[in-house]
Design a protein around this ligand. Structure first.
Ligand SMILES: [Zn+2]
Ligand SMILES: [Zn+2]
Length: 173
C-alpha cells in the first residue's frame, strides 16, 4: 500500500457510467505531499466521474481549510481551500503527438487518476509562494526567536555579520 493509494481512482473499474467518490484530506495527506508549505488541513473532496464513449468528465469540488505557516513569523494562517473544477479527459489525446496536452495529464497513469497529484496542483495555484499573516508582519527576532507580533524582546536587532557571530558565540560560551 502506497501512501496515496486511497486517492487513486481506476477508471477501468468504474461500475457505472457515472460514479461519485468522496475523500477527506487530512493532516496525514498534507504531510505527505511535496510542498507547497501546507502541512495541515481538513478538506472534503467530492468527485464525480462521467464516462462517455471516448472521454471521461471529471468534476470535483473541494471544501475545507488548510493551514499554512507565515513566511516570516511561522504563525499558522488559515486558508480556505474551495475549488470547483471541471475537467475533460479525452482518451484519444494519447494517440496523438500533442505532447503539451498529454503532459497536462500527468496525474493520469494508464487509466488511473492520481487524485493526490491533481489536488496538489490545485493547492499550488491556491497558495501563493510567499504568504504572510499580515502585510506588516514583524517576523521573528533573529536573536532569540521571539514572535515580534506578540511580544517584544530586548535583543539588539542589529544583525551581526555571520562571520562575527562565530566570535560572539565563543565569547558567550
Ligand atoms: Zn507573520
Ligand atoms: Zn529577541
Amino acid at each position: 500500500m502506497g501512501k496515496f493509494d486511497k486517492y487513486k481512482i481506476d477508471l477501468k473499474g468504474m461500475q457505472a457510467d457515472s460514479c461519485k467518490y468522496e475523500f477527506l484530506l487530512d493532516n496525514l495527506f498534507f504531510a505527505h505531499i511535496d510542498g507547497p508549505e501546507v502541512q495541515k488541513g481538513k478538506v472534503n473532496v467530492e468527485l464525480t466521474v462521467k464516462k462517455t464513449s471516448r472521454a471521461f468528465e471529471l468534476s470535483f469540488r473541494t471544501e475545507g481549510i488548510v493551514w499554512v505557516p507565515c513566511d516570516r513569523c511561522l504563525d499558522e494562517i488559515t486558508e480556505d481551500f474551495e475549488v470547483d473544477i471541471d475537467e475533460m479527459i479525452d482518451m484519444a489525446i494519447f494517440e496523438t503527438d500533442k505532447v503539451d496536452e498529454i503532459e497536462e495529464l500527468d496525474y493520469l497513469e494508464d487509466h488511473i487518476i492520481n487524485m493526490d497529484m491533481l489536488l496538489q496542483k490545485e493547492l499550488m495555484t491556491l497558495v501563493p509562494m510567499q504568504i504572510l499573516c499580515k502585510d506588516d508582519c514583524k517576523g521573528l527576532c533573529k536573536v532569540c526567536g521571539a514572535n515580534l507580533n506578540h511580544e517584544t524582546c530586548d535583543c539588539d536587532d542589529f544583525v551581526p555579520d555571520p562571520r562575527l557571530s562565530v566570535f560572539a558565540n565563543i565569547l558567550k560560551g
